[in-house]
Design a protein around this ligand. Structure first.
Ligand code: NAD
Ligand code: DAU
Length: 357
């Protein structure tokens, strides 16, 4: 077991990062300090952590608005809090945005990760008990046909600017292990869903559009397959790796829960109808097939035997329970949604998506 004291979470105001901080404080016996370093891009939302700020702010939880690409700022945070552990979530994370404009993906995902690694390498010289965990994606492995799975040793074959930038960052992290002996671990995870997810990703976008009786845009033939995992199950995997994962190694995390997009959407429509007292077919009428995503990966499916066997991790949410919890969260958190909808996100959606339908 590693000893973790002053933990820097990058991108802690985003979807998975904020759920991770909640998970750490409420679901584990971690008793050290959490330093959330986040640039607060469109996807970073302080609302996600207002409860944590109220309860733990200034004692066990500290927020630092910082760009991971800013050397001086990151170095200062390392020194100020005597950081011994980094959990690196911060990234530009949305595939469609990487297609519309890849530059920020290169800057944050590649250059930002490089900068963090440099600061860690320099600051941790001669210091015991330091560790860097890099959070990555199954998209680095490319696209599967009807059969097969991604394993930890599947050759990288990224197709989108997003996945290419994540692949590059994975390689850099491993290079710092092999070349400089930095203590690192990596995780490559499948599609997450749950509370606080920015409503540009499939599940929250569809829930929100249903709420507003807007069309439900399905890319291409809708038969693309993703492997869905509830966000807390991802985070318990990250926590297990952080504590017990073998240094220099990669662990796949997945839901073992493959769904065609159109089938998933039909389930979402039925669940929403049941929850809002509408006819079973009500929301299905909103389904609209639209132009496909360029370079759209056909199927992702993770083999996660390694983390199960070596670290004793397993999923705890079945899809039915996870989806119910997620839909209810979006129905009950009007204020969170309204604040997002009022600004940059609204303009971006209008400019980039609505014209494609
Ligand atoms: P997100 O887009 O919801 O959040 C990203 C966070 O990073 C935001 O808070 C944002 O403000 C912050 N950020 C962006 N650029 C930054 C910069 N330059 N400096 C500091 N902070 C910056 O993303 P997410 O869905 O929570 O994903 C988190 C991580 O998990 C990413 O590395 C992503 O590649 C990976 N991942 C995501 C999924 C998924 O399904 N969402 C699956 C597997 C892996
Ligand atoms: O696999 C892990 C990855 O999952 C993460 O690394 C990414 O950060 C995360 O965004 C996610 O990428 P995807 O591209 O798989 O997720 P997204 O929610 O954008 O799309 C899921 C599927 O739904 C995909 O096949 C595209 C399709 N889709 C998506 C949107 C937003 C639609 O058909 N219509 C839509 O409007």
């Amino acid at each position: 077991m590693r000893t973790l004291k002053n933990l820097m979470v990058t991108g802690g105001a985003g979807f998975i990062g904020s759920n991770f901080i909640h998970y750490l404080l409420n679901g584990t016996d971690f008793n050290g300090r959490i330093i959330n370093a986040d640039k607060l891009t469109y996807a970073g939302n302080p609302d996600n952590l207002s409860d944590v700020e109220d309860k733990f702010g200034g004692s066990r939880y500290f927020f630092e608005k910082a760009d991971i690409g800013d050397y001086g700022r990151i170095k200062n945070i390392f020194e100020k809090y005597d950081i011994d552990t980094v959990i690196h979530f911060a990234a530009e994370s949305h595939v469609d945005r990487s297609i519309f404009g890849p530059k920020e993906f290169i800057e944050t995902n590649i250059m930002g990760t490089f900068n963090l690694l440099e600061v860690a390498r320099e600051t941790w010289v001669g210091k015991e008990g330091t560790h860097f965990h890099h959070v990555s994606t199954d998209e680095v492995y490319g696209s599967l046909g009807e059969t097969g799975f991604f394993f930890e040793n599947t050759p990288y074959d990224p197709r989108s600017p997003y996945s290419a930038s994540k692949a590059s960052s994975d390689h850099l992290v491993l290079a710092y292990f092999h070349t400089y002996g930095l203590s690192v671990t990596l995780s490559n995870c499948s599609n997450n869903y749950g509370p606080y997810q920015f409503p540009e990703k499939l599940i929250p976008l569809m829930i929100m559009n249903m709420k507003e009786e807007k069309s439900l845009p399905v890319y291409g033939d809708g038969r693309y397959i993703r492997d869905w995992l509830y966000v807390d199950d991802h985070n318990s995997g990250v926590w297990a790796i952080l504590n017990k994962g073998k240094t220099g190694e990669t662990y796949n995390i997945g839901g073992e829960n493959e769904w065609e997009n159109i089938k998933l959407l039909n389930v979402l429509c039925e669940k929403m109808a049941a929850l809002t007292g509408k006819d079973k077919e009500h929301y299905k009428k909103l389904i609209t097939y639209v132009k496909d995503r360029p370079g759209h990966d056909r199927r992702y499916a993770i083999n996660c035997d390694r983390i199960k066997m070596e670290l004793g991790w397993k999923q705890t949410y079945d899809f039915d329970r996870g989806l119910d919890k997620t839909i209810k969260w979006y129905l009950e958190n009007e204020k969170w949604i309204a604040r997002l909808r009022s600004g940059e996100y609204k303009n971006w959606i209008e400019k980039n998506y609505e014209k494609r339908q």
